[in-house]
Every structure is written in C-alpha cells, then in structure tokens.
Design a protein around this ligand. Sequence first.
Ligand code: NDP
Length: 299
Amino acid sequence: MTQAKLIDGNEFSAGLREQITARVQEIRDHHHVIPGLAVVLVGEDPASQVYVRNKHKRTIECGMNSFEHRLPVDTSEHQLLNLIEGLNDDPAVHGILVQLPVPKHIDAEKVIEAIRPDKDVDGFHPMNVGKLASGGLGLIPCTPLGSMMLLRDHLGSLSGLKAVVIGRSNIVGKPMAHLLIRESCTVTIAHSRTRDLPAEVRAADIVIAAVGQPEMVRGDWIKPGATVIDVGINRIALPDGKSKLVGDVNFAEAVQVAGAITPVPGGVGPMTIACLLRNTLTACARLHRLDIPEAKPWS
Ligand code: NDP
C-alpha cells in the first residue's frame, strides 16, 4: 500500500522564516524601520513560559525587535490594560500578543478587545474576526494561517474541494473554516455534537483535525487520497513512564490511506510561530504603508 506524502512543517516554516528575515533586512535597509513584537505574559504558567521564550528567540533570529513584558500573577486587569494602551501607542511596537490563558481574575475578552486591531498579531480581536468572516484585510490567527499555507503549498488551488474542520474554537476551528471558504472549498464544521463524525470525515477531500483528543480520527474515516492537516498537540503517557506528543489523528492508520498528512510533531506546530512573525511583518508593513507582498494576507 502506498504511504501518504508527509507535509513537512519544519521545512516549510524554516523557508518562511528565511523569507521573513530577508524582508526584515530589506525594510531595515531601505525604510529604516525595524518590525517590533511585544509579548505580554502574566503569571508563571510553565507551558506559557516555554511558548514566550520560543517566540522571543525566533523574533530576534529574524532581525525584529522583541519586547517581553513578564508580569506577576497578581497583576490587576487595570494594570494590564494600561500596559496594552502604552504598547498600542508605541511606534516601535507593530505587533502585540498577550499570552493566553490569563489568570482567572482578568477578563481575557476585555484584554483582547483592548489591543489595537492593526497590531493584533494573534488575530483574535472582534474587528479581525469580522474582517476574516467578511473577506476583508485583517490579521489572521496564526495556526489556521499556517495550516492554510501548508494546504496551498501542497494542493495549489483548493477550489471546489470538500473540507471538514473538526473543532469549532475561536482560535482554530472557526477561522480555519473561514479561510477554507475564502479558498472556495465546500466546508463542514464538525464538533462534539456532530451525529456521524466518521461519515462527515469520509466525504472530505481535506480534513482539519483541531479537537484536542489524542488520535481520535481513525484511518478508516479518511477518504483515500485526502489531505489531512492534524492541528492537535496532545501529550500522552507511555507504559515505560515516559511521554510523547501525538496529534488528533491516528497517524499510523491515516498515513496508509491519506494522500498527504502533517506529522505531529513537525507539522502545523512550527508554522504557528512562523506565522506570528509573518503577521508582525504584515502589521508593520501596513502601519508604515510599505508596498511589500507581506502587506497582503499571504502572497
Ligand atoms: P478547544 O478545546 O478550544 O476546541 C476543541 C473543539 O473540538 C471543540 O469545538 C469541541 O466541540 C471539539 N471536540 C471535542 N471533542 C470532540 C469529539 N469527541 N468529537 C468532535 N469534536 C470534538 O481546542 P483548540 O481549538 O484550542 O485546540 C484544538 C487542538 O489543537 C488541541 O489539541 C490543541 O493543543 C491544538 N492546538 C495546536 C496549535 C498549534 O500550534 N499546532 C495551536 C492551537 C491549538 P464543542 O465545541 O462541541 O465542545
């Protein structure tokens, strides 16, 4: 039996970061502008600390300015909103990201809405959500944007293909569905109340799994030759006491049936940070009215 082609997110994201680095150099040299990303972390959640460290490292590597704001867990909502207001007004800052989740005493929705939409590099502000839904030129959430880049690179045109998105979260499922509609796919959004999920998946040429359930999507759900994008990142315990990362798709089964599939790790994961850098460059280009391809949603 033929095996699916592996869609290599490590390789693609490395290429994307190289392109971004070259563009940053170009706009530093020709426009004397250095794109800047501000990342705000409230509290000491260990996973968030790792994410923030990685974002800082990658931002510096591609020649951008990285502004880290680490605040104690007892920071008040008012203090956080004041910081965001300052970043909104700071001309050296083109992208603002508040690492989620924030502590319980802070209203995440208020925080997201406080960020200037044109600096909202996570793409979570209602203005950007609306622009994505209405086909406007906003900032697109990083994980769906990265997934779409991989799909377009693999498939070229997506027009007329049937896609199923499993998961309807605001950060992955819903924006992904909007991006697929934008590419003229026929889109089904599935979730925990979907009646016959295997049948919905079997009808799809493109499967996006964003569920948070380890290896839930089985090989015999996949239409032969379909393209599978596994967004899930789940850590599971092994019998020897160690652990490993798996996706939402049973990779060993799906790889026998699909036409192409993203592995976990090394698929969508590395695209997320690369797209954050890309969004920062996009925001910078738009704020300074630079005529570069990154000023568009993607080139
Ligand atoms: P959420 O928990 O916010 O959403 C999960 C979605 O899956 C919900 O819509 C839920 O349905 C649906 N769901 C849950 N169980 C089932 C089921 N048994 N059958 C069908 N649908 C189900 O998760 P996120 O969207 O934030 O994340 C999804 C996955 O993607 C996670 O594994 C996460 O770690 C990963 N992730 C990876 C990123 C990356 O960089 N690669 C970035 C962000 C997330 P309902 O709405 O009905 O409850």
